[in-house]
Design a binder for this molecule. Structure first.
Ligand code: PEP
Ligand code: MG
Length: 590
């Protein structure tokens, strides 16, 4: 008989497979004293282990280079150089000579190094802590003869379900699609970046399971349902047959929805909605275009830099942006400037911070590093020659950020002109409305920007003061809270008054009930994951604008998110029947 753990649905799809448990944490190490005569052998054992770790990393590097590319593989160079560091190895040898076992000696030195690097004044060095931790885990696991946890050691076709506490960038780049069929994590929520990335990769995923790594031992047969957030452990053959049946039903439903690709997103009373796709990695572009999306409403460029020790150069960025623009053949493509730093995909070269959610990230960091920012702006101006580009700025809270970016855009254009490179400058510039400051004072921005895009993932987080990635807070992360609905309504009104376009590109738009609410709040442009385009289109095609407006008014008058959900659910069910999928992905829907 099966046992189930309920998590948060992150990326749809049903997979039956065996658990691959990845414990990527520093193991506990015992204090072990060795006799004087054992010292030379212990030092030799230590060097032997370093050689094995080096060999492992080289294999890993080759493998990642072949599957993900040279840039992604470069992340392992830093770790290789740590293994070769003379000061580090000498430090460990010294402690072994004082009769400490190699594993404790290495543990002590690594802890000291990690503390020292974490406190370093140079951001580049502070950021090396992640690499040090990876090396710490890798070498200790070998010294202690622990089971090999490298996801790379899985054979192709293993159809494994990767269960781990959380996915770090360096683990993410190692994910081998030939062997891993789904992801399950203890941590994370629907809007956490691991979930967004899994959706981009088309890998079914459940996050926020809390206890999966403690309840599972590895090797168990499980069923993961990314649509409902359920992980069933050791199901019977009959139960598996039932899941396969559900899998087939889902495929049929998806195929039916795919037929909507060529139809318009238009309500029964003739109101047109522009539906665009969120593209997180350039490789997504073609699938996004096939989904029937009318362009890209959000390309998250930070996935170009995930887990890498340095930023992509101008040419590499230009190629990535051009690919997306060309895939969408003249439709608008909104490319967002780097939203990195702080809680967002911390990467090489940038500091870890005491309060990353309110930290030095996104547009703040880009403006403070104009050299780096201008590289991206130049790549964008060049790519604009190949399609209908719009540029969007993340986490804007004040007009100054827009004006400073406009000045940098002029400088970037002058640099390209001096180089004699082709570029365009007549590019619409928009901002994300994802802070209460921008939503409340949107009118201060309308004169100087060409469009708004409401980033509900962060807007909900900052309005309700609820960490979007914290699984323990998931029930409190309620996009239908009256404060959020009022901020969205206000943003739409301000955009109308200022005569600029407004869209929603947060996850809210891909949830059926909330897409209905957004329609009623006056939103006429939405951008969702490619897979969600047909579903949202179906909702829009099934309702009238008048009905959605009535429902949204009722939701705006509600006193709680739960009441708003009830009002919306009742009215949507009136027209398309009461189906469970209408609530999928909403907090409290399980
Ligand atoms: C958002 O905040 O809603 C958004 C779309 O951006 P991200 O999820 O990348 O923060
Ligand atoms: Mg955001």
């Amino acid at each position: 008989m099966e046992r189930q753990i309920q998590g948060i649905p992150a990326s749809p799809g049903i997979v039956v497979g065996h658990v691959y448990l990845l414990r990527w944490e520093v193991p506990d190490v015992r204090h072990r004293i060795i006799p004087d005569e054992g010292i030379p052998a212990e030092i030799a054992r230590f060097h032997d282990t370093l050689a094995r770790a080096r060999e492992r990393l080289r294999q890993l590097r080759l493998r990642v280079e072949a599957t993900a590319g040279a840039e992604e593989a470069a992340i392992f160079d830093v770790q290789l150089s740590i293994l070769d560091d003379r000061e580090l190895t000498k430090g460990v040898e010294e402690l072994i000579k004082q009769n400490l076992g190699a594993e404790k000696a290495f543990d002590v030195v690594m802890l000291e190094w990690r503390t020292r690097f974490a406190r370093h004044s140079a951001p580049m060095l502070r950021e090396r802590v992640g690499d040090l931790t990876d090396v710490h885990i890798r070498v200790l696991s070998l010294l202690l003869d622990l089971p090999d946890h490298d996801p790379v050691s899985l054979p192709p076709g293993a159809n494994a379900i990767l269960v781990t506490h959380d996915l770090t960038p360096s683990l993410t780049v190692q994910l081998d699609r030939d062997s891993i069929a789904a992801i399950a994590t203890d941590a994370g929520t629907r809007t956490a970046h691991v979930a967004i990335l899994a959706r981009s990769l088309g890998l079914p995923a459940v996050v926020g399971l809390r206890t999966a790594t403690t309840e599972l031992h590895g090797g168990e047969r499980v069923v993961l349902d990314g649509g409902t957030g359920m992980l069933a452990i050791s199901p019977t053959d009959a139960e598996i047959a039932a899941y396969h049946e559900r899998q087939r039903e889902e495929q049929v439903a998806e195929a039916a929805l795919a037929e909507l690709a060529s139809l318009e997103a238009i309500t029964l009373d003739g109101v047109r909605v522009i539906l665009r796709a969120n593209v997180d990695i350039p490789e997504d572009a073609e699938a996004g275009a096939r989904s029937g999306a009318q362009g890209v409403g959000l390309m998250r460029t930070e996935f170009l830099v995930v887990g890498r020790p340095n930023m992509p150069d101008e040419d590499e960025q230009y190629r990535a942006y051009r690919r997306v623009l060309e895939a969408f053949d003249g439709h608008p493509v909104v490319i967002r400037t780097f939203d990195i730093g702080g809680d967002k995909l911390p990467m090489g070269g940038f500091p870890t911070e005491p309060n990353p959610f309110l930290g030095w990230r996104a547009i703040r960091m880009c403006l403070d590093q104009p050299e780096m920012f201008r590289i991206q702006l130049r790549a964008l101006l060049r790519a604009a020659m190949h399609g209908n580009l719009r540029i969007m700025l993340p986490l804007v809270v004040t007009l100054d950020e827009v004006l400073a970016t406009r000045r940098l855009l002029e400088e970037a254009a002058a640099e390209l002109k001096a180089r004699g490179v082709a570029y365009r400058t007549d590019i619409p510039l928009g901002v994300m409305i994802e802070t209460p400051a921008a939503a409340v004072a949107g009118d201060t921005l309308t004169r100087d920007v060409d469009f708004f895009s409401i980033g509900t993932n962060d807007l909900v987080q900052y309005t309700l003061a609820v960490d979007r990635g914290n699984a323990n807070l998931a029930p409190r992360y309620t996009p239908l809270h009256p404060a959020v609905l009022r901020l969205i309504r206000r943003t739409v009104e301000v955009a109308e008054l200022g005569d600029i376009e407004v869209s929603v590109c947060g996850e809210m738009a891909s949830q059926p009930l909330m897409a209905f609410a957004l329609l009623g709040l006056g939103v006429r442009q939405m951008s969702v994951a490619p897979r969600s385009v047909p579903l949202v289109k179906q909702i829009i095609r099934s309702v009238t604008e008048a009905h959605a407006k009535l429902a949204a008014s009722a939701a705006l008058r509600a006193r709680t998110a739960e009441e708003a959900r009830h009002e919306l659910g009742r009215r949507l069910a009136d027209v398309i029947g009461d189906s469970r999928y209408l609530y999928d992905g909403l907090p409290g829907s399980g």
